[in-house]
Design a protein around this ligand. Structure first.
Ligand code: CP
Length: 328
């Protein structure tokens, strides 16, 4: 069991060992139980985390803020307009100063080709842990909660047939970071992963290559199809979700025209019936109801989206407790 986490940055789980991820999952389970029992678990008494959100959030913001309160600490809820970032203050100066004030810095910056670079720059100068609350490439907190949820529902992950499918949505072009983090992590747990997407909505080739390497090393599988029905056939877990076509074109108008070709990519009862009879439906949320998924599926008996969302709390707490506290 890996136990040395203090001051470790979490930018992507790909940089954490399997042992470290297993420890986080064990801690998440323990914290979930303590929360259910109403047992105090103030592992971060008087500690401060700075949350910097370049974009909106419901689950990530509130799981971190509620989580650190339950751990005995405090969160600052920051946006660039509240900071000198908006006047161009450098990542270095932000990192150096916040490192002297508190115990962790959590950042969400999903701007394509900008977000991850920004996090890496802050991490370079921070002497306290940087926690990625989602960037353009990775959403490790979501992937951890997804893995925890899958492990709660299935006796083993090896060989589990998981389909990550692109789906139509109009709310906004969602980042690539959720499916990219899922293919990287699930293949490390031996899952049989299928990605279904139209050709204009591919995942990033360089990360796909890493996920293929993971699959080979950990006896998982990774295949790609361009038909949603084919992706659903026989799946035990389906995760249909929109992502933007950033890896195909950065031209917003072209991306919008491509999007409108695929209105039929919705998760509905007919498609759920193509999957394994005991299939579970997952979504990181927020979902575009009526576009990505029908109400009868997301509100139906196969849906585990609220268990998945709840696990955001427990996994975020485990990451904070171990990186901001933990053994010296
Ligand atoms: N899944 C997720 O990250 O949700 P929020 O955007 O609400 O944080």
């Amino acid at each position: 069991m890996e136990t040395l986490f203090r001051n470790k940055h979490l930018i992507t789980l790909q940089e954490w060992s399997r042992e470290a991820i297993d420890t986080i999952l064990d801690a998440s389970k323990s914290l979930k139980l303590q929360f259910a029992l109403g047992q105090p678990h103030r592992f971060l008494q008087d500690k401060t985390i700075f949350m910097i959100f370049f974009e909106q959030s419901t689950r990530t913001r509130n799981s971190i803020e509620a989580g650190i309160t339950q751990l005995g600490g405090h969160a600052h809820d920051l946006t660039p307009d509240k900071m000198q970032l908006s006047h161009g203050e450098s990542a270095k100066d932000t990192a150096m100063v916040l490192s002297r004030f508190g115990h962790g810095i959590a950042i969400r910056n999903c701007f394509y080709k900008i977000g991850n670079k920004y996090l890496r720059e802050v991490a370079k100068y921070s002497s306290i842990p940087i926690i990625n609350m989602q960037d353009d490439l990775y959403h490790p907190l979501q992937a951890l909660a997804d893995l925890m949820t899958i492990k709660e529902k299935f006796s083993q992950t090896e060989g589990l047939k998981v389909t990550i499918s692109w789906a139509y949505a109009t709310s906004h072009a969602k980042p690539l970071s959720v499916p990219l983090s899922q293919i990287l992590l699930f293949t490390r747990y031996g899952m049989d992963v299928t990605v279904a997407s139209p050709k204009e909505f591919p995942l990033l080739p360089e990360i796909v290559e890493q996920a293929k390497d993971n699959a080979e090393k950990y006896h998982g599988k990774l295949r790609f199809v361009d038909d949603m029905d084919e992706g659903f056939e026989g799946a035990q877990v389906v995760i249909p979700k929109n992502w933007g076509g950033f890896a195909f074109t950065e031209d917003k108008e072209e991306m919008q025209l491509n999007l409108e070709k695929y209105k039929g990519w919705i998760c509905d009862e007919r498609r759920m019936n193509l999957a394994d009879p005991s299939v579970v439906y997952m979504h990181a949320l927020p979902a575009d109801r009526g576009k990505e998924v029908t109400d009868d599926v997301i509100d139906g008996s196969h849906s585990i989206v609220y268990d998945e969302a709840e696990n955001r709390l427990h996994t975020s707490k485990a990451v904070m407790a171990l990186t901001m506290g933990g053994r010296p």
